[in-house]
Structures are given as C-alpha cells and as structure tokens.
Write a new protein. Structure first.
Length: 124
C-alpha cells in the first residue's frame, strides 16, 4: 500500500496531518451540528482521504453513518454560550477556500432542516 494514502485532517493551527487510526480503535468525525449543539466546544474538522498513487486493482471502501437531529429538530446552542463561541473566527482561518463558513449558513433559531437546506444550497 501507498504510505501517503489515507485520512488527512486540517489541525486547529492549520497543519495538514496524516491520521493513523490503530486497527483496534474506532474514529469519529465531528461535524458542524455537534459544533452548534456544543456551543463551539467541539469543532468540525476539515478532512479528506487521499487514495493510493498506483491503485490498479485496489479500492478504498467506507461506510459512513451520520447521526443527526430530526429534520425539524432544534439547532440551538447551550445556555451560557454565544453565537461567537460557536463560530470562532480562529477556527475559520484555516478552512480550505472551497468550504463555506458555518456563520454563512447557520443562524440562531434555525432548525436542522433549515440548516441542511442552507448547507446544500451553499455547496451544490
């Protein structure tokens, strides 16, 4: 296998990190819904998977399971947290140029369906 293939994340200080997950472990990707619901304590992580350079006859398979609120479920922040806590500017500075910021798609009072619609409209 290609040693440079695999999961890469953008760290909070802007470094690209090749992630190595031990075979006896399970990894979780935190998304923007968790970022909102935690008031910014948890931060969504930009990530990508790099395939093998010479991949004749080799495929990468994955099974994504998304845990999310019901479509009309609230997208509120915890008491004591602010919109600014949830959408910190320092967390945005290292986003890839193609990634729309959370603040451009989520507003206080939105439900999950409205947030999803705004996200799909921003990217597609």
């Amino acid at each position: 296998p290609d040693p440079s293939a695999g999961l890469y994340i953008k760290s909070r200080n802007g470094k690209l990190v090749h992630v190595s997950i031990p075979s006896d472990c399970l990894a979780f990707q935190i998304g923007e819904t968790s970022q909102v619901h935690s008031g910014g304590i948890l931060q969504a992580t930009p990530h990508a998977v790099k395939g093998c350079r010479h991949s004749d006859g080799v495929t990468r398979e994955s099974f994504a399971v998304f845990m999310e609120p019901e479509y009309h479920g609230d997208m509120n922040i915890p008491e004591g947290k602010t919109v600014e806590d949830t959408q910190r500017k320092d967390a945005e500075q290292f986003l890839p140029p193609s990634v729309r910021t959370l603040r451009s798609r989520w507003k206080l009072g939105m439900n999950f369906g409205e947030f999803s619609d705004a996200t799909f409209a921003a990217f597609y």
